[in-house]
Design a protein around this ligand. Sequence first.
Ligand SMILES: C[S@@+](CC[C@H](N)C(=O)[O-])C[C@H]1O[C@@H](n2cnc3c(N)ncnc32)[C@H](O)[C@@H]1O
Length: 412
Amino acid sequence: MLTGLGPDNGHMTTMLQADRRAASRAGAKDYQRAVELLGSGRVQAGANLMGRVAQETEDDGLRSQALFGLAEVLEQLGDLDRAYATWHGLAHKPVALRNKFDTLARRRVMALFEKHALRLSPPDFPPRLQLEITNRCNLRCVMCTRNQMDRGLGDMAFETLRRAADEWCVETGCVMALYFLGEPLLHKELERLIAYLAKAGDRAPGSATFGIQTNGMLMTRERSRALIEAGLREVSISLDGLEGDLEVIRPGASYPIIETNIHDLIDVAAEMGVDDLVVNITKLSEDFGSEETRRFLDRWQGKVSNVLLSGITKVEGNSYMSADRKIEYVMPTVHPRRRAYCRHGNRLLVYWNGDFGFCCGDVNGKLPLGNIHDRTVRDVWNSPEIQRIRDKVLAADYKDLTACQTCPNSYG
Ligand SMILES: C[S@@+](CC[C@H](N)C(=O)[O-])C[C@H]1O[C@@H](n2cnc3c(N)ncnc32)[C@H](O)[C@@H]1O
């Protein structure tokens, strides 16, 4: 749910304007001409010339610049596969050899893989690391896949987070999300974990992003202050409904308390002189165009950084709120369902005990991938075990993948 990572449609113009200033290098004249051709709408001629610059120049920086620009043209022309392949090549140079265009390409690759997942070839590090800080929760939400969880309860140890953080902070484009099937604010050492991440992130300025997703019930003024002081700069609050609805979907929650906490969080940040705190509200919605969703958006848009809508995963045995605000049970499926290739596979999970997971649908950690105390994130992400899972998912062949057999996402 962390924002600010999607493809940037205004980017090409900005890049091309900036690139005009770079036209004094050897070989840059042709590049400049290519930019002008593109700017005047002669796309094919501009793209051809840019491709030639990339092929012929001996200047690595200019080559990356031309390839980056070419990929932007391809993306705008709708050729995502070739755009991605071009950025992918730049994104995987050894860190010491990467120039600013290679780094930008890496960000694009991470953002695109997070969006399209297995439809594209994976980068060498997950675009998203999802850490289950705790799987204890203070609510019992009717739609939550936590209802299917039968693992033991616990909180992530500092040392477990440290191992993940030390890899994450040097990986451009990887977002760290601190939640899975529990309420992060129940973790007694959350501020310590955040402080470590904030410090680790400083080692890679501008590239390391992390945030939490919370139900907001425990976000008092004091807690807000402590978390901001520790270095938290992105908070997403799962609100899911207005007063009356929220309490039905999320038993144990109180709309007035969470509403106050959200306003207090924003006030506290202002009192502290922190102007870069991102506060998102997220809402699950059965129909993004429904009256209920519109009322929700009217209430919150403009008051927080972003209001983000997402669809509901319907797990048998759970309930959810329909577009006309009725609670519907998800009945067991009677008719055989057609298996489909699942669109997940864009992240690596670390459960609270350090075990790795590959998919948020795997609530009980049934895909055995080892533990972060024995293996690195990079090893696991590039391992034959994960590749085998990817291959099977792409072939919609779930018979050995226990976690996928009952998951609604693996059926069309
Ligand atoms: C499981 S909660 C855990 C974090 C925290 N306790 C919270 O409530 O935000 C994480 C996110 O999963 C979402 N979620 C729960 N059940 C879901 C479902 N069936 N489909 C899609 N998202 C779901 C919640 O709305 C929440 O935003």
